[in-house]
Each structure stands twice: as C-alpha cells, then as structure tokens.
Design a protein around this ligand. Structure first.
Ligand code: CP3
Length: 345
C-alpha cells in the first residue's frame, strides 16, 4: 500500500473510503495505564527529550485502539523553549512560563531557528514513528496556532480572559504584529521540518481562537495562520485546522484553504459542514465527556454524528476536543470499533 491509500489521508482529500477513519485528539496520555507507567519516572518534557520514549508513547494508542492515524507525542509549547521561553509543567496547574512576553523588547529577544536545530528530538521521534508505521497508518504532525501559543507566552500559563494578550493585541498592534510574524515563521518552519521527517499530515491546534470575535480573528490572527497554511501547501501534505468554540468562525476557517476543518461539539456536525462548505473535509465532533458513559448514550451519539455526516466523503471521526485524563480506555476502544463497524461498506 502506498502512503496515499491510507483511509485517513483519503478522507482528508474527500475521496471515498471503505470505512470512516477515526483518531482521537490527545489519544496518548494519562488515561492510558501504559502512559502513566512511563510518567512515574519521567516528566512530559523528559519524554519529549528522548526520541525513543516519545516514539513509544506515540505508539501506545496505536497498539491499544483500532485507530487510523497516529499523532506524534509532543506539545504545542515545546518549540517555545528554543525561542528563549522558560517552560515547565506544574502539578495541577498545567504549563507555566516564568518569563512571559509582555514588551517589544521581549518580542525582539525571541529567536526563530530552523527546527533541525531547535527541536531535533521531536523530528527524530517523527522519523522513528513514521518508519515504524510504514504501510500501517500515517503519522500526524502538529503545531499550535499563533494565537493559542501566544496566549501561553503572554499570560504565562493558562488563562480565562486573556487580558494581557488582548491588551497587547488591541493596545500595541505593531508589537503584536512582530510577535505573530515570529510565531508564524517559526511554526511554518517547524511543520515543514516535521513533514521532511515523515509526518503525512499536519494539524494546527488553534485551540483558543474561539475567544475572539470573528471580526478580530480575521483582522489580527488569520493572516498569520494563512502564512502557515500557504507555506505547507506546496508540499501537498494535508492540513487540518482546529479550534474550540468556533461555531462563529467555521466559515472563516474554511477560507484558510486547509484540507480539513475540525469542529468542536458545541455545534451539530451537519450544521458545521454547511458552514465550512462541501469542498472541505470535516473532523469531529463527539463531546469528550461522553467517553465517561453510559455506553448506550455513547453509542447513540456516535450514531447521531455518523448520521449527520450521512456517508459523505470527507468525514474524519474524532472528538470535539482532547481526551480527558480519567477517561475509561474501554470506551475509547469501543468508539473506534463502532465507527468502523457502522460505516463499513
Ligand atoms: O494528542 C496527542 O496524543 C499528542 C500529544 C499532545 C500533547 N499536547 C501532550 C500533552 C498534543 C497534540 C498536545 C496539544 C496541546 N498542548 C494543546 C492543544 C490541544 C488542546 O487541548 O487544545 C494545548 C492547549 C497544549 C498545552 C498544554 N499541554 C496544557 C494546557 C497542558 C496541561 C493540561 C493537561 O491537559 O494536562 C499540557 C500538558 C500535556 N500535553 C499533557 C500531555 C499528554 C499532560 C502531561 C502529563 O502527562 O501530565
């Protein structure tokens, strides 16, 4: 089988498939006992610093679940470290950045390097996994969208209202432009490096873009995401853009020209597909909370979503956001098998 015949890549191109492909955002992680076993002796950053270990964790869900794509184990914030950002993951708090970017001088100090120099271990993990999966399934590479990444850089961690970031965006548009230009430059180079290393598709996690009005997204964020999408386009590698709370943004997203647009669960899949248009594939959109059961409700909601897709080519089954930490593995396994069973031609 050539790489181009994989069910997942066919769906990205809206070609007919034998079964609807399925994978899960955050499919490697704490809900898996195999991952927790590795995490007892290694931090997230330790795992990412060791290509063999990152490759092993990437393959854990591939071995445990009937899925159609792997996603490289890394984090959207890792490429900030070689830019000069001091990143750590604090227990119970999530990511913490000790030197948040707040001023023009902070922005100017950020370094943009080639990924072979900046993030060699992630590229090495991608080479290992893509060799390992040759003939079995494609490997998805990813990066954070510039708005989402900037939110952590500027706020210094997770945020509810993004007041520092929006203050900079609205108050100092010229500094904002310099920061977003650096981030989109770094991100385009990073994704191209992942593609050279073997990634067969790439997803942009624009996760928090739904915090903006569509007007402001278009004016102050979209041009930078567009630069990333345009840089990937000549490679022919399928692109996916995903964010949460994006019901108001989906038609704008579709103008970016990615092959696939992700939808979260706050919108029905058929409504979402109407908004992004028939010339794009769609990825989504089960509420991750449904993976906690009950099984019968979960089954019905899987069927509902497949009903909304109604067998149109170009549906990639996924969640509306990442798998949550305490999720029962059996329910994740059930969904993957059920999607295949219900859509088998
Ligand atoms: O999907 C996968 O299996 C690949 C790995 C992956 C991770 N992070 C590993 C990770 C991916 C695709 C991400 C993306 C990511 N990281 C996003 C975008 C997706 C989304 O959820 O919207 C964001 C916003 C981040 C930033 C981040 N990393 C946060 C906010 C946190 C802490 C909260 C949390 O979920 O734990 C992380 C840590 C993180 N990244 C973990 C994993 C497996 C948990 C680390 C641990 O083992 O303790």
């Amino acid at each position: 089988m050539t790489q181009h015949d994989y069910r997942f890549l066919r769906a990205c191109r809206r070609e007919p498939v034998d079964k609807t492909p399925v994978w899960f955002m955050r499919q490697a992680g704490r809900y898996m006992p195999e991952y927790r076993a590795i995490r007892t002796n290694n931090t997230l950053l330790d795992i990412c610093a060791q290509p063999e270990l990152a490759a092993e964790v990437t393959l854990q869900p591939v071995n445990a679940l009937d899925i159609d794509a792997a996603i490289i184990f890394a984090d959207i914030l890792l490429p900030l470290v070689p830019m000069g950002i001091q990143l750590r993951f604090a227990k119970g708090e999530g990511p913490v950045i000790d030197n948040p970017v707040r001023t023009a001088a902070d922005v100017d100090a950020l370094k943009v390097l080639d990924p072979e120099e900046a993030t060699p271990t992630t590229l090495e993990a991608i080479s290992i996994v893509s060799r390992e999966l040759e003939g079995k399934m494609p490997l998805i590479g990813f990066a954070g969208g510039p708005f989402t990444v900037a939110s952590y850089m500027i706020e210094g961690g997770s945020s509810r209202n993004y007041l520092h970031m929006k203050g900079l965006m609205y108050g100092e548009p010229e500094v904002w432009d310099r920061l977003m230009t650096k981030l989109s430059d770094m991100t385009a180079r990073y994704l191209l490096g992942q593609i050279r290393a073997g990634a067969a598709a790439v997803q942009i996690f624009d996760s928090w873009a739904g915090a903006l009005s569509p007007h402001d997204y278009r004016q102050r964020v979209m041009p930078y995401v567009q630069q990333i999408v345009d840089a990937i386009k000549p490679t022919g590698v399928p692109t996916i853009v995903f964010g949460t709370s994006t019901a108001g943004l989906l038609s704008t997203y579709s103008e970016l020209g990615t092959d696939v647009v992700g939808a979260d669960w706050r919108i029905d899949l058929d409504t979402a597909w109407d908004l992004i248009g028939p010339d794009r594939a769609i990825q989504g959109n089960l509420d991750p909370a449904l993976l906690f059961g009950p099984r019968e409700e979960l089954d019905q909601q899987v069927q509902r979503i497949l009903g909304e897709a109604s067998g149109r080519p170009g549906h990639i089954f996924n969640l509306g956001h990442g798998i949550l930490p305490e999720t029962p593995v059996d329910n994740v396994r059930f969904v993957a098998e059920r999607v295949h069973e219900l859509t088998a031609k």
